[in-house]
Structure formats: C-alpha cells, structure tokens
Design a protein around this ligand. Structure first.
Ligand code: 6PG
Length: 241
C-alpha cells in the first residue's frame, strides 16, 4: 500500500453534473495559463459526456481552442473510423464540433504501420512537441492529463501484470495480448509528466475498484501513477458508494 490516494477528490451527484464540473475545471486551468495548453485525452466511455459539453455552449465560447493541443493517453490499434477507436470517440464527441486547428490534433497513428512503429512514431511526435528528448520534472509535457479507471485497476492501457508497467525510459509502448486488439499506450513517465492529472470515474460498477484506488492499493496500475503536478479525482455518487 502506498497510503491513501493523495488526490483532490470531488464527488458529483451524477454524470451530467460531473461532466459540467470537469468542463469548468478545464476552462479555468486553460485560461489561467498563457501560451500553448497541452491536453492528454482518455479513451473509454466515461469522459464522452465531458467532451460533448466542452464543445457546446456555455463552455465552448470560454475555451482557448486556438492554443490548445490534443493528445491521447492510449489507443486501440484499429483504424481511426473503427467503433473501438479512441480517436473516433473524441472526434465524434468533441473535435468535429469545436474550432480546433487541424495541426493541434495529434492522434496516435494506427494505420499503415505496425504497433511498435506506431508507438515509436508517437513518441517522436511527443518529443517534437515537447522540444527535448528527456522529460524535465520542472517542465511537464502536459498541462492536463485525463485518466480513466478500468474495473481491473488499469489506466490508459497500463494493465495489471503487464511488462509496460516497468517501462521507465520509453514514453510510448505497444501493449500486445492484454486485450484482443493491440494497444498503444503512454508509459508512466509520460503520463506522469503533467501539471494536472485527473481521474474521471463514474458508475456503480466502478465502486469496488474506486474504493481500492482511494485506499492506495498499489497492486492497481492506476494507484501507481504519481503525476509531477496535482492529482485530481472526479467521481459520481454511484462510483463513490
Ligand atoms: C481505453 C481507456 C481506458 C479507459 C478505462 C475506463 O482505451 O479504454 O483509455 O483506460 O479509460 O478502461 O473505461 P470506461 O470509461 O469506459 O469505464
């Protein structure tokens, strides 16, 4: 055990209220900073409602779209128009509704190359954006990193018992065999290089795993993520039972 989760915890009454709260939180962080704002997006279903709200009034008009860059914390290695694609989910929920310059969108490549090459290409893209080969704790890669929590305690595609959990040099790795489809995931060093990291957790099916996360059960990959900046947790009442 690493001790109770050291996160600023907010419990919201329902998914809709949580989505609106996270939108306000993100707008506040973005507008508190000048220049480029870098967001690492989570896949899965939980963040979709938030993505949809951010692109709609009253939030849309208050967000600095032109200077925000969008990255993914992990991806299913499927075509970007596949129903499993995290890129597709974000495109449908957010990207296709907001005034985002195409050059600010940085999808993980999944077509025309293999998983290892995709991981390497994305690592190159992250390093090019960051402007250095090594992460400096004093200069995080992301301003915000949004994270989900799987029912097995995974986050991004850092699954329990997988060798990728021990990867401390690469920024991006391919994960083969943990799921039917290959995954591309940022590793702990890259996911932790963020001024703010936030778990978004909703639904009563997450109750047991959220309880273990809050207790600091470090058998869970999610519990072993220690961002260089602030850790936040937004959960709905159903998950917090
Ligand atoms: C993915 C996500 C993954 C997700 C969790 C929670 O590619 O699926 O990155 O880490 O956040 O599995 O998913 P739900 O929000 O759908 O419960």
């Amino acid at each position: 055990m690493t001790g109770p989760l050291k996160a600023k915890l907010e419990i919201l009454s329902d998914p809709e209220t949580m989505a609106r709260r996270v939108a306000e939180w993100m707008i506040e962080l973005a507008n508190a900073k000048d220049g480029t704002f870098a967001v690492c997006l989570s896949g899965g279903s939980t963040p979709q409602l938030f993505y949809e709200h951010l692109a709609e009034p009253p939030y849309r008009g208050r967000f600095p779209w032109a200077r925000t860059h969008w990255f993914w914390g992990d991806e299913r290695f499927v075509p970007h128009n596949d129903a499993l694609s995290n890129y597709r989910m974000v495109r449908v929920a957010l990207l296709s509704h907001a005034p985002i310059p195409a050059t600010n969108i940085h999808p993980i490549p999944t077509e025309g190359l293999g998983p290892d090459a995709a991981a390497s290409a994305y690592e190159d893209e992250l390093k090019s954006f960051y402007g250095a080969e090594r992460l400096d704790p004093a200069r995080p890669l992301f301003d915000v990193n949004l994270l989900g929590l799987g029912s097995d305690g995974h986050t991004a595609s850092l699954f329990p018992g997988n060798a990728v959990l021990a990867e401390r040099d690469k920024w991006v790795s391919a994960v083969i065999g943990a799921k039917p489809e290959a995954r591309i995931t940022l590793t702990y060093p890259a996911l932790e290089s963020s001024r703010n990291a936030a778990f978004l957790i909703a639904g009563d099916e997450k109750r047991p795993i959220f309880k273990r996360l809050r207790r600091g059960d470090d058998s869970l990959p999610a519990a072993r993520l220690h961002p260089t900046g602030r850790l936040w947790t937004f959960a709905d009442a159903a998950a917090n039972g």
